[in-house]
Design a protein around this ligand. Sequence first.
Ligand code: MN
Ligand code: MN
Length: 485
Amino acid sequence: MPDAKAKPGKKTVAADKKPSKADLKKMEKKLAAKPLLVWDALKPAELKALEAAAQDYRAFLDAAKTEREAVREIIRRAETAGFEPLGGKGPRFHLTRMGKVAMLFAAGQKPIREGMRLIVSHIDAPRLDLKPKPLYEDVDLAFLKTHYYGGIKKYQWLSRPLALHGFVVKDDGRRVDVVIGENPADPVLTIADLLPHLARQAQGSKKVSEAFPGEKMNLIVGSRPLGDDETKNRFRLAVLDILDRKYGLVEEDLISAEFETVPAGSARDVGLDASLIGGYGQDDRICAYTSMAALLSLKKQDRPAAALFVDREETGSDGATGAKSRFMESMVAELMDRAGEPVSWVAVRQALMNTKAVSADVEGALDPDFQDVHEKNNAARLGYGPCVTRYTGGGGKYGASEASAEYMGWLRGVFNKAGVLWQSSLLGKIDEGGGGTVAMFLAEHGMDVVDCGPSLLAMHSPFEIASKADLFMTIRAYAAFYQAE
Ligand code: MN
Ligand code: MN
């Protein structure tokens, strides 16, 4: 595209004329940026498609309450849509890593070396993990000790039904899967909060961050002992007996296990108009779902398209399955090899540098009850479509990458041409706090990247709120991005 020289625009009113009311209206319409509410713009057929997407998304959330369940569900859906493991004949592949990372890939007209259209979301979510030695008893109750993962407000996890999802690897390598608390016939687990009558000092006089110590996040798992009052640790023993009888487990097995405690139950429609979706793990599985749906819907596109689903974002992307790990480069090299493209250090670096990426993560929606923490001109609004966030981080733009004007201009063009309703946003007031995404770890490869995803209310809570309108428009946005030249 040629560079445009700065030149005067076509004036609505001559400079020497006083604009009429009608002129002012025209000027406002022509000149001022005005995001559109998705609900105002959708046609009846689109509303029907929106409802279908929302229903399918709720089913996805229910099937994908941990990162491993998300990988399984993504691969299951991809295989139904014709994706194969990398050994297949292609041209659409799925790859996984350690059961916690997945990539879906659809070959394009152009080689990978010239650059992909890549969308990266994360499939881990805040939760309560079990400690390696979790089981103990106290005052005639048996408990499992937890260790919270990611940024939670601990009190939100108290006195509510919780489910345990995970598995054990026995010392002979056998794997035992366990899910407790999702089937209506199952018991659930819970962490009992202190009664308000006695909480005045222990909780009420403290700061919220100090009133709920992580060490008190203990799950009630039993109250019916074995033996008689001569029996040692008989509440603990009763739980060990159940683990043995139901699952064939001994206590040491819990050391080689991954157990995640998550809110029990299904995602639900929210509101009398059912226009919202409430559920656990929407940060960031709403982006995992929408990027997956967009990729699976592609017929043929110019550039190779990839959706990458990563783990460990909520704790800083460290570890073998986090975005800081090198698996992405290996996956790209393997895909290039499979496509018959030369694989050299230079070729892989070029493929990554020529790639245009979206860091697909959720944005904090303007909270009606806490508008003060937002800067309203740049705050995300529910229902106005996916948010494009040029930079995240905190303070003086620390801990983040920033999308260039060139890339922002390109993406605006892609979205506007495809009829995507979208908004520009920043997370909050400058000195209010902040947060990061995987964008900066993608930027390390030298690729263009920007954050783009729907906004949520009650982010990181056990019941996060998304708009069905944003869900629908985000699928359209990601599909447009994948098809962009
Ligand atoms: Mn996130
Ligand atoms: Mn998060």
